[in-house]
Design a binder for this molecule. Structure first.
Ligand code: ADP
Ligand code: ADP
Ligand code: MG
Length: 456
């Protein structure tokens, strides 16, 4: 087992990983940018190293600086969290070369999962259902036009190297396509350094259902059940739950089997997620593999009792999975709300500032993953996720009641947050019934939100 792990991340996920290290008797090293000198993860770790100026490209994405910090502190492994370097193949390779264990999938896994076109091809060959799409990258607008005429509208333009909901455009007709294609190309180049686009059939009113995977070095792959992540805004998840209120036992079995097949097809190692869309007729399609710990991992932890971060660490140290899906005792219901420092009344305008009054919710069935504390000044440079509030109960209705009560208790004055939006959702009859699709949240949003032009 490792003696010391460097955490190449910040915010709530850095705190989450440090807790797992502490419980495992492993020392932790926090890294931080100059804007994060007062961050909670520094107070919790055993050691800390400044890795650069506020802008992420020079700190949390600075591979040399992070490797140097690991060497200086004699860390034997690096946990990348999510976002930043978590899915960067080059970084995983650099760690290998330096004799530092990268806690995550292999560089080979990262290269296949990171290229959505290549990944889809492999899945198709493995017999996993995929969404009809262009056979490869679509270079010119003429190529795009003729392909769309073939499969029919509506279609979705996606960036081959995309992620985090960015670089996605829906086109209802050829007019939209002509307008959106060049914009998407520019956006993909700016955001991902790769302007390759492909086109997919648009699935109307789908649910997003994903399966948590664990795999060990011997090639054993298991899944830990599904997560329902249909409540999204601009293709980004807001509320997740486990299990999904939209699956029958038969569908759950078929999708779980397909998820394992997908992971096996790329010899997947460590924790990962296989994402699917489920259409109105109960047909499901693979969309991508996320090769990292995910933001919404706590809902799976609560329903399975398995600490996924500790499992990542254990598997990366060479230990094996000594249990199977049938040994898991999946029970109860968990719901997560991603709380952002954004004003839902003002088109989700970021709301940084100092937390003057902090009252976290607590009590039976409540888990809060956050880096907030009273007096904390939120830097303007980073993601607006400030907390993940997770509720747990034996039933879904119970988990909704706990969530409502916890959201009401939560106070982070004077920041504007997405808490009021989530309170509305918890009262919505369709949400309570479990009947919704990815367009669900639109009815709660102000008008201007429909204008998709400005970037998040
Ligand atoms: P999850 O799939 O676990 O819900 P998200 O898709 O919201 O997580 O991504 C988690 C974090 O990683 C977010 O901060 C998101 O912006 C970032 N992220 C994900 N994929 C990419 C990518 N390809 N490039 C840049 N950032 C990404
Ligand atoms: P990212 O890498 O940004 O997470 P995904 O391919 O996982 O991108 O898609 C993100 C979200 O976009 C999905 O959860 C879903 O809501 C929507 N989406 C993706 N592909 C389609 C599609 N073909 N039809 C309809 N919605 C889609
Ligand atoms: Mg995705």
């Amino acid at each position: 087992m490792f003696k010391k792990i460097l955490i190449a991340n910040r915010g709530e996920i850095a705190v989450r990983i440090i807790r797992a290290c502490r419980e495992s008797g492993i020392k932790s090293v926090a890294v931080y940018s100059e804007a994060d000198e007062t961050s909670l993860h520094l107070k919790m770790a055993d050691e800390k190293v400044c890795i650069g100026p506020p802008v992420s490209a020079k700190s949390y994405l600075n591979m040399e600086s992070i490797i140097k910090a690991a060497k200086e502190t004699c860390a034997d492994a690096i946990h990348p969290g999510y976002g930043y370097l978590a899915e960067v193949e080059e970084f995983a390779k650099m760690c290998d070369e330096q004799g530092i264990v990268f806690i995550g999938p292999t560089p080979h896994n990262l290269s296949l999962a990171g290229d959505k076109i290549a990944g889809k091809k492999i899945m198709e060959e493995a017999g996993v259902p995929v969404i009809p799409s262009s056979p490869g990258g679509v270079g010119s607008i003429d190529e795009a036009k003729s392909f769309c005429n073939e499969i029919g509208y509506p279609v979705m333009i996606k960036a081959s190297g995309g992620g985090g909901g960015r670089g996605i455009r829906v086109c209802q007709n050829e007019e939209d396509l002509l307008e959106e294609f060049p914009v998407a190309k520019m956006e993909a180049r700016a955001a991902f350094g790769n302007d390759e686009l492909y086109i997919e059939k648009f699935i109307t009113q789908p649910r997003h259902i994903e399966f948590q995977i664990l795999a060990d070095k011997s090639g054993k792959v298991i899944h830990l059940g599904e997560r329902e992540c249909t409540i999204q805004r601009r293709y980004q998840k807001l509320i997740e739950e486990a299990p999904s209120p939209g699956l029958t036992p038969a569908l759950r079995k078929a999708m779980g089997d397909a998820a394992i097949k997908a992971a096996e097809a790329i010899q997947y190692f460590n924790a990962g997620t296989v994402e699917f869309l489920l259409d109105k007729d109960g047909k499901f399609y693979f969309i991508e593999i996320n090769s990292r710990i995910q933001v919404e991992h706590p809902v799976t932890e609560l329903t399975t009792g398995i600490d996924l971060v500790k499992e990542q660490i254990r598997l990366s140290s060479g230990e094996t999975l000594d249990y199977s899906f049938d040994d898991l005792n999946i029970k109860g219901w968990a719901i997560e709300c991603r709380i952002n420092a954004e004003d839902p009344e003002k088109n989700f305008l970021p709301s940084p500032g100092t937390v003057e009054e902090y009252h976290p919710p607590g009590g039976f069935g409540v888990r809060l993953d956050t880096h907030l504390y009273q007096g904390y000044e939120l830097p303007i440079y980073y993601d607006s996720l400030i907390a993940k509030l997770i509720s747990y109960d034996t039933t879904r209705n119970g988990a909704i009641s706990v969530m409502k009560r916890a959201l009401e208790e939560f106070r982070v004055y004077p920041l504007k947050t997405t808490i009021p939006l989530y309170l509305q959702v918890m009262d919505d009859p369709h949400f309570i019934e479990g009947k919704f699709d990815t367009s669900f949240i639109e009815k709660f949003l102000p008008e201007e939100d429909e204008d998709d032009d400005d970037d998040d």
